[in-house]
Design a protein around this ligand. Structure first.
Ligand SMILES: [Zn+2]
Length: 279
């Protein structure tokens, strides 16, 4: 049954990639390849799983919900011990009694930072809600997506956001294999969804020489944003993605990022460039 869950995770990821492409490129996005893959993956589900998937997808593009701390991470419903056990054992698809999404037990890296609290004294605004100077890498050393993703995930671990950079790297590369996150203009957005228990975290790296990220548009990426995305904020991530894209397709911002030599300088470039695009 875990293999059906993995199949559904991949299928969901593909449909969310399609949403990402639409949010970046609007009507001009070429989705034919993605549509073909989505159709093929939908058709290869068993009839029961396909019927369930289709019904859930009509309601919302997030059809799967990882469990977190005994609750459904999408609707927050506290789950009974017997439900949690059946999710762990994975002998059948277990629907959430609150939102009906298919529950699964996430096995990847875990969030370890404090969860962001709205009521705390100093309210952060803009990009500072998701990132910090400690998550800036002004000079990525790697030459491949794998190498630079590992630099970015290690940075997230060292800054105490997540517990296991290796697992996070592995998940990000699995995601990259489904569909490259390069979007042209020297930009790439590797990410991992389903890191629950905290907020969205964004690490930002610059590669002076460029790294060949695959994707809708092949080419070298110099400006690389790595995000961990709690499933429930997938829709918000699309806005962040569009905002960052808007800011860094501008040559002046990209140039400033590439010229930054310290974490503080790169942080300044990021906060300035996103002042109006990321709210
Ligand atoms: Zn739920």
């Amino acid at each position: 049954m875990r293999s059906i869950i993995n199949h559904l995770i991949q299928l969901q990821e593909l449909t969310l990639i399609r949403d990402e492409q639409r949010s970046i490129k609007g009507a001009s996005a070429d989705l034919s390849e993605l549509n073909k893959n989505i159709d093929a993956m939908t058709q290869s589900l068993s009839p029961e799983a396909r019927a369930l998937y289709t019904r859930l997808y009509k309601k919302d593009h997030i059809v799967l919900a990882p469990t977190n701390n005994g609750c459904c991470s999408m609707c927050g419903m506290k789950l009974a011990i017997s439900q949690l056990q059946s999710v762990k054992q994975c002998n059948a698809l277990t629907p959430c009694p609150g939102c009906a999404r298919v529950l699964y037990d996430p096995t990847g890296a875990k969030w370890v930072a404090d969860s962001p609290k709205r009521s705390e004294g100093e309210r952060k605004v803009g990009i500072a809600r998701f990132s910090s100077p400690a998550l800036m890498i002004p000079d990525l050393k790697g030459s491949t997506p794998e190498e630079v993703i590992a630099e970015l995930t290690n940075c997230l671990q060292e800054a105490h956001f997540i517990d296991n950079a290796d697992k996070l790297t592995e998940a990000a590369i699995a995601r990259e294999t489904i569909f490259g996150t390069g979007i042209g203009h020297g930009l790439a957005f590797p990410h991992v969804r389903g890191i629950e228990g905290g907020g969205l975290a964004l690490a930002f790296g610059v590669s002076k020489k460029g790294v060949p990220f695959g994707g809708a548009k092949e080419g070298l990426a110099h400006i690389i944003f790595f995000s961990t995305i709690p499933t429930a904020v997938s829709a918000f991530y699309l806005k962040l993605l569009a905002g960052l894209t808007d800011s860094f397709v501008k040559e002046s911002n990209a140039k400033a990022a590439i010229e930054a030599t310290t974490q503080e300088e790169l942080w300044k470039v990021l906060t300035k460039a996103t002042r109006y695009s990321v709210k």
